[in-house]
Design a protein around this ligand. Structure first.
Ligand code: SAM
Length: 445
């Protein structure tokens, strides 16, 4: 870990990571290499099954020649290892790129685990969310075999701690000249200590096989650092998010965003849920089908229904404006982000009115999506992509020297800074921004 993070017991959550000193938004928190990682084809459907990690993990944990991994996994499982957990300290993105392996099969952490500057509170450490009859305290005699990670323990570790992603950071991959954006599943023992929030104050992503975690908010000393365990499901109402988290990780989320939603007027909560269901179960599939068949009239019908839903939600939000802050409105809108995103895609595919009018409308749609992401998903790839798209549209519509283009450029820089920090060399920064612009064109509709 980079900087001074403390691992401590968090009420009702097991262990978690807290800031020893205050941390500024965009500060690097962690650059960690995996205990085990498997790569799959870039196709999201093709991501390797997490179950395949179990034998790899057992092997890595029990290998005599890599005591660091063994210690890290023992710590993660039992939380009782009295020795200091060895943590990586790889300070820059560029170092990382050089260190990261591009091999296509499983890779173990063989080197580079030094320079710990993370102080773990072992006195209160214990394994958290599962029951294990084999667990033993550090005080027990450590017979060599008792230390071994069993298949059963490894599968619990994988269930609650594995991380999978469709691909590594696309722009970073392009800048370091990586051939293809593979999908990944792996276990990063230090990253696995971070708890979840639906309104996280940190963002995480892969550069090669390295897990990068960066703060996206200012964090006071003693405050917990959180990441989002949700992918696209983060854009759902609280109940739907909680069901996923309960099912996958076995906990009931009570984060600030979940609380805010549960305190919103009942009627509004219900409307968000109904809107979410209609968009996800009916309108989104119909939208995708219309796009696939280039069926303009069905696309127009979907667009009209999306607009009706949007108008009525916006009227409801307006009605409760007195009790909702600006950011509360954005947090609530995040529950139906797909509605706003589909409206944006429709606007781009089916421009209404003359060219200037439709460009205006598209610009407004992007601005609305971006405001939501800037509130709940700071520093996420989608945030950077949309900011890049906004800049492109603003330049296109108003000219490169316009106040709008200037404002959009600031938003893009800010999103970029949240994801990659403010200490990049200028050349790298420019290359990353350009790569993100291109990736945005490819990956955003
Ligand atoms: C990757 S681990 C995080 C570290 C974990 N707390 C520990 O002590 O090892 C994931 C597990 O942490 C717990 N957890 C994470 N976020 C939580 C939250 N917001 N509320 C309650 N429990 C949480 C759940 O038990 C979950 O299965």
């Amino acid at each position: 870990m980079v900087g001074e993070l403390i691992c401590a017991m968090m009420e009702g959550k097991g262990r978690g990571v807290i800031a020893r000193h205050s941390i500024a938004a965009s500060d690097l928190l962690l650059c960690a290499r995996p205990a085990v990682v498997l790569e799959g084809p870039p196709d999201p459907e093709g991501a390797p099954d997490a179950a395949r990690l179990v034998p790899a993990l057992v092997q890595a944990a029990n290998a005599q020649d890599v005591p660091q991994i063994r210690a890290a996994l023992q710590y993660l499982y039992h939380g009782t290892d009295a020795s200091r957990l060895q943590l990586p300290d790889i300070r820059t993105m560029m170092n990382l790129a050089k260190h990261s392996s591009s091999s296509s099969s499983s890779s173990s952490l063989q080197e580079g685990l030094q320079d710990s500057c993370c102080d773990h509170d072992h006195s209160s450490g214990h394994h958290h969310h599962h029951h294990d009859s084999h667990s033993h305290s550090a005080a027990e005699p450590a017979a060599a075999d008792a230390d071994k990670l069993t298949e059963q323990q490894a599968s619990l570790l994988v269930k609650y701690n594995a991380f999978a992603d469709d691909y590594e950071d696309l722009a970073a991959a392009a800048v370091r000249g990586a051939a293809m954006p593979h999908s990944h599943v792996g276990l990063w023992p230090q990253f696995a200590l971070f708890n979840h929030s639906c309104l996280p104050n940190s963002v995480h992503y892969l550069v090669g096989h390295a897990m990068v975690v960066r703060a996206v908010e200012d964090v006071a000393a003693g405050e917990e650092l959180t990441v989002s365990y949700l992918g696209r499901e983060e854009f759902a109402p609280a109940g739907a998010r909680q069901a996923v988290l309960q099912e996958r990780y076995g906990f009931a989320c009570g984060c600030a965003r979940c609380q805010l939603e549960s305190q919103a007027p009942r009627q509004l909560q219900q409307q968000l849920l109904d809107t979410y269901r209609q968009v996800m179960q009916d309108l989104k599939p119909r939208f995708l089908e219309a796009v696939e068949h280039q069926d303009q009239s069905n696309l127009a019908a979907v667009q009209a229904q999306l607009q009706t839903l949007e108008h009525s939600l916006s009227a409801a939000l307006q009605q409760h404006r007195a009790v909702l802050s600006d950011s509360a409105v954005l947090v609530l809108q995040a529950a139906v982000y797909d509605l706003y995103e589909l409206l944006l895609f429709c606007e781009q595919l089916l421009p209404q009115g003359n060219e200037a009018e439709s460009k205006h409308a598209a610009l407004a749609c992007i601005g609305r999506c971006l405001a939501i992401l800037n509130c709940v998903s700071k520093g996420a790839e989608l945030h950077v992509f949309l900011a890049s798209r906004l800049l492109q549209h603003a330049v296109d519509l108003r000219g490169p020297d316009s106040a709008q283009a200037e404002a959009a450029a600031q938003l893009f820089l800010e999103a970029h800074r949240m994801r990659y920090g403010s200490q990049l060399e200028q050349q790298v920064q420019l290359e990353l921004m350009e790569a993100n612009k291109q990736a945005a064109e490819e990956f955003l509709m």
